[in-house]
Design a protein around this ligand. Structure first.
Ligand SMILES: O=C(O)[C@@](O)(COP(=O)(O)O)[C@H](O)[C@H](O)COP(=O)(O)O
Ligand SMILES: [Mg+2]
Length: 425
């Protein structure tokens, strides 16, 4: 058992991984996982040198038995990896090791990575978010309330004029932010470049009419070189944001687009995350992914609503929020399995989206406080009186919630909210 060192005290500069493992023999499984994720393989190597082993060997320093399912034992396992194992500033390469082959090992009946602890030396190799919550609030000049956002709906199918019109109505009604949907890119019926310029024209109009700063988040997701070309269009057009689908783009593209040095803020949509994060048997937790995306530099990230249409319980969502917002995160051994210091790296603005409508807003504000971007697509464009009314109702519900005013009371003042509360009981 080359990598078992139970009770070992990890060094501050080691990268740590925590996972739930299901296997007949937990010690053997933990040993094999440690080997396969770093310097080892299924048999002893005649090519292995003692200095490699000494310098790079991972250590399984904790195995906590959690029970049995038939002959299968379940355990919480922690592994410490020396930093020399990794190429600094190469996230895809790092993950190919610590979150790569191990998921395919026959000897396992389950493997779910719950959390990573990134040491200071590792964090310092990454850009992190350009703006973070403070920078985004300054950009929008909104300091004391959640930001109100919408997604133009239907997701795809509108042409660029129609898309811009919906955006304009959302801003006039009170949205701070309008974004493209995750699957709207540059389809023939709504080409990226035309859409960008038409929507920004409407943004300028809405800003002058409302006196408020308004934001458009165009989706630049595309094969990498084309994505960079679209990013340049966004930058040249003076648009302060770009949206990317981080999971489907891959860690390399996310890291690189941030390191290209564009000025815009990056909004991260996580479409496909649930294929990796949802199973409790296999995969990687959303919390672990969120930490990686903070490192890679996204300014905003979808993390769940608890009360809306997407999966994600309160404990888990709040833990993810802590990991992307706080400077110094304390472990709770429920979702957060390490104390994580972020060493001054900017934080990432949590986005609460998915099946949101005005009635749900007080609970969302209760869970997240003011530092959250609350987005509604159907909850605005499905309002019986249309988009402007839907946006007014959402804005009013957010303002009332942060001021502690019951929605029923605010609804006496804002008829569109009253209508929404009647419509979506
Ligand atoms: O397409 C949608 O479903 C949304 O645009 C929400 O629209 P609605 O407001 O109409 O539901 C977002 O993509 C989800 O929020 C993604 O989920 P998550 O935020 O959990 O990643
Ligand atoms: Mg969407």
């Amino acid at each position: 058992m080359d990598y078992l060192e139970l009770g070992y005290e990890p060094k501050d500069n080691e990268l740590l991984s925590c996972m739930v493992v299901k296997a007949e023999n937990l010690k053997k499984a933990a040993n094999d996982i440690a080997g396969e994720s770093s310097i080892g393989t299924w048999t002893e190597l005649k090519t292995m040198k003692s200095e490699i082993y000494k310098k790079l060997k991972p250590r399984v320093y904790e195995i906590n038995e959690m029970g049995k399912e038939g002959d299968t034992n379940i355990g919480l396992i922690k592994i410490a990896y020396p930093l020399d194992t990794f190429e600094p500033n190469n996230m895809p390469g790092t993950l190919a090791g610590i979150a790569g082959n191990i998921f395919g090992m026959k000897s396992l009946n389950g493997l779910r990575i719950l959390d990573f602890r990134f040491p200071k030396e590792f964090i310092k190799c990454y850009s992190g978010p350009k703006y973070g919550i403070k920078g985004i609030r300054k950009l929008l000049n909104v300091m004391e309330r959640p930001l109100v956002g919408t997604i133009v709906k239907p997701k795809v199918g509108l042409n660029s004029e129609e898309h811009a019109k919906v955006a304009y109505n959302s801003w006039i009604g009170g949205c701070d932010i309008v974004k493209d949907d995750e699957n709207l890119v540059s389809q023939d019926f709504n080409k990226f470049e035309g859409r960008l310029h038409k929507v920004l024209e409407c943004r300028d109009k809405a800003e002058s009419e409302t006196g408020e700063k308004k934001i458009y988040m165009p989706n630049i997701t595309a094969p990498y070189r084309e994505m960079v070309r679209r990013a340049e269009l966004v930058e040249d057009a003076g648009c302060e944001y770009a949206m990317i689908d981080v999971v489907v783009l891959g860690f390399s593209a996310v890291q690189q687009i941030r390191e290209e040095g564009f000025n815009f803020a990056i909004h991260a949509h996580r479409a496909m995350h649930a294929a990796i994060t949802r199973s409790r048997e296999w995969g990687i937790s959303m919390l672990a992914l969120a930490k990686i995306y903070r490192l890679l530099g996204v300014d905003q990230l979808h993390i769940g609503t608890v009360v809306g249409k997407m999966e994600g319980g309160k404990d888990e969502v709040c833990s993810i929020r802590d990991e992307i917002v706080l400077e110094d995160v304390k472990e709770d051994n429920k979702n957060k399995f390490f104390n994580q210091k972020w060493h001054g790296l900017n934080n990432t603005f949590p986005v609460s989206s998915g099946g949101v409508y005005p009635k749900l807003v007080p609970e969302i504000v209760n869970i997240f406080g003011k530092d959250v971007i609350i987005q509604a697509g159907g909850g605005i464009h499905g309002h019986p009186e249309g988009t402007v009314a839907g946006a007014r109702a959402m804005r009013a519900s957010v303002e009332a919630s942060i001021e502690g005013i019951p929605l029923s009371e605010k609804a006496e003042e804002v008829s569109e909210l009253k209508k929404a509360l009647e419509y979506w009981k």
